[in-house]
Design a protein around this ligand. Structure first.
Ligand code: ZN
Length: 219
């Protein structure tokens, strides 16, 4: 099935499917669990449009490439072009909030990191960004104080709140816009709280954002 952006209430959302711009290390508890240093400026990376898949589709883990970790993240849908913007302007371009998995080939990433190489192939592979339908912006009372949760096989794996981000959502979008123009249909992933870990075939997942639950499974 070809991925299209959609709203949870199935009202129309006519935006192309663009790139996904992500931040690494935006929650202190996650930085500590991977023994990473706290970055001075946001660590940005991208996933191409081919990374996007509807969250409810079964997740296909790349075979033979080691552990594939879940990272549950708040996803922001961009509705208007944003370039060299400030946080206020960034906020006005948001047309939806969803919940995504930033799937990460952790063994591949660690090996590349050790060699000092870019870790694109660990993050940007086809299907590496399962994404829920979007809530309208007004559905979140405060996007910067929203609960984000992942259960795997009924076990709580990741639990965070967007107030614990080091770089806030709109500051992050503004920062991104000084490096890469954000275009209508682009998605921004805002980092993962602690609790990342490997997924296995047959796992049943439930992601929640502000109390809205989305179920999926690993093929
Ligand atoms: Zn991530």
């Amino acid at each position: 099935m070809v991925y299209q952006h959609r709203y949870l209430d199935s009202s129309s959302l006519d935006l192309p499917v663009g790139k996904v711009v992500c931040i690494g290390r935006n929650y202190l508890d996650h930085i500590r669990e991977l023994n990473n240093a706290v970055p001075e400026t946001p660590i940005l990376f991208m996933k191409p449009a081919t990374a996007l898949v509807a969250l409810e589709q079964p997740i296909h883990l790349p075979a033979g490439r080691g552990e594939c970790h879940h990272e549950v993240e708040l996803a922001v849908l961009v509705g208007q072009e944003l370039r060299d913007a400030d946080a206020k302007a960034a906020r006005r371009t948001v047309v939806g909030y969803g919940v995504a998995l930033d799937l990460t080939l952790r063994d591949v990433q660690n090996e590349l990191k050790q060699k000092g190489h870019p870790w694109e192939v660990a993050k940007a592979f086809d299907g590496s960004c399962p994404l829920s339908p979007f809530l309208k912006p007004e559905a979140l009372t405060d996007p910067q104080a929203t609960d984000l949760t992942l259960w795997v096989n009924g076990e709580l794996r990741q639990q965070g709140n967007t107030r614990l981000m080091m770089v806030g959502i709109f500051e992050l979008m503004a920062h991104i816009s000084t490096h890469f123009t954000l275009q209508p249909g682009d998605v921004v992933l805002t980092g993962t709280p602690a609790g990342v870990g490997p997924l296995r075939s047959g796992d049943a997942l439930v992601l929640s954002l502000a109390g809205h639950e989305f179920a999926t499974r690993v093929a």
